[in-house]
Design a protein around this ligand. Structure first.
Ligand code: A3P
Length: 314
């Protein structure tokens, strides 16, 4: 019953019982058999972990600080691969009176035909990525971003309110999240799926908290991983571009075109934004002390023996 609000149109797929909107079934085969190139760059993550931030950083580093090119919408430069394929997306764009772009309504096809090197974002767990990635016949560079699960969960809740019209309480959503029933959940299957692959030479795991604490250092790591040289001066420029304030007011990355129109036809909640607070530990303001205790117990239980133990800030 608790799940009904989220799961009526949702299905569970694969060994991890990953939760998807039901339209995913139409694309399962296409996704599995998607042709991957060694020069692709993939950003992979659980939703709300700082994916957009990471994509912008990766794209600009890989494109040798092309700030001019970065004025184009991120959704065109770095499509959300498996997400933007639903029929109802087309209806949504029609209702909004926005000419639907292929990157928004048929992102798999769009990604297929991108100019190489292609930049592709995916929220799929490792176990559902294209076969060529899983069996290692292709080794695109993959950057996976991770974030403190409590902040991820709270951010996810606000995303649901903003973009998916959820009417439920945060406390209820936390239960859904911990039960593994939010989209792309179960959370630990997703996170550990990538964590357990961390030794792959073509996979780099970065953390939202490290980006907050020392963005230049993360930029250097990513540049090295992508075989790019970057000067200290360029790093400073990039840090400015990637600051919370700058990203929040950057129409190429803040989804403002979509959100503003959705607000106009009352599909959106007035005071929500995609680039929202960008704070570490924001959960403390929003979760009750009892929920935090329960959540921490759940985290401890799931990280035991995984070497992720020291990686999370409780
Ligand atoms: P909050 O909701 O906690 O503010 P994703 O892109 O994976 O959906 O992640 C969204 C989260 O990343 C949001 O978290 C958003 O505010 C945060 N974010 C986006 N750009 C950021 C930036 N430049 N600095 C810090 N956080 C950022």
């Amino acid at each position: 019953e608790m799940l009904s609000e989220f799961c009526t149109k949702y299905i569970m797929v694969g060994q991890d019982r990953t939760v998807f909107a039901s339209y995913y079934l139409q694309y399962v085969e296409e996704i599995k058999n998607f042709e991957v190139y060694d020069d692709d760059v993939w950003v992979v993550s659980f939703p709300k972990t700082g994916t957009t931030w990471t994509q912008e950083m990766v794209w600009i580093i890989a494109n040798n600080l092309d700030f001019e090119g970065a004025k184009k919408s991120l959704r065109e430069r770095f499509p959300s691969w498996e997400v933007c394929t639903a029929i109802d997306r087309k209806r949504l764009y029609e209702a909004l009176n926005i000419p639907p772009r292929q990157c928004d309504t048929n992102s798999i096809e769009y990604a297929k035909n991108l100019q190489r090197p292609r930049f592709i974002k995916s929220h799929l767990p490792f176990s559902l990525l294209p076969k060529q990635i899983q069996n290692g016949t292709k080794s695109p560079k993959m950057i996976c971003v991770m974030r403190n699960p409590k902040d991820t969960c709270v951010s996810y809740y606000h995303h649901g309110i903003l973009l998916m019209g959820w009417k439920t309480s945060l406390e209820n959503f936390v239960k859904v999240f911990m039960a593994g029933k939010s989209i792309m959940g179960p959370y630990w299957k997703h996170v550990l799926g990538y964590w357990n692959k961390r030794h792959l030479p073509n996979l780099l795991i970065i953390k939202y908290e490290d980006m907050k604490a020392n963005l230049p250092s993360v930029i250097r790591t990513v540049a090295q991983f992508l075989n790019r040289t970057i000067t200290e001066e360029q790093i400073q420029l990039l840090c400015k571009h990637l600051s919370f304030e700058s990203m929040k007011s950057n129409p190429a990355v803040n989804f403002e075109d979509l959100i503003e129109k959705m607000k106009k036809i009352n599909l959106m909640v007035e005071n929500e934004a995609f680039i929202r607070t960008g704070i570490i530990g924001q959960y403390k303001e929003e979760l009750s002390p009892e929920t935090i205790i329960k959540f921490n117990g759940w985290v401890k239980e799931n990280v035991r023996g995984t070497e992720l133990e020291n990686e999370y800030i409780f």
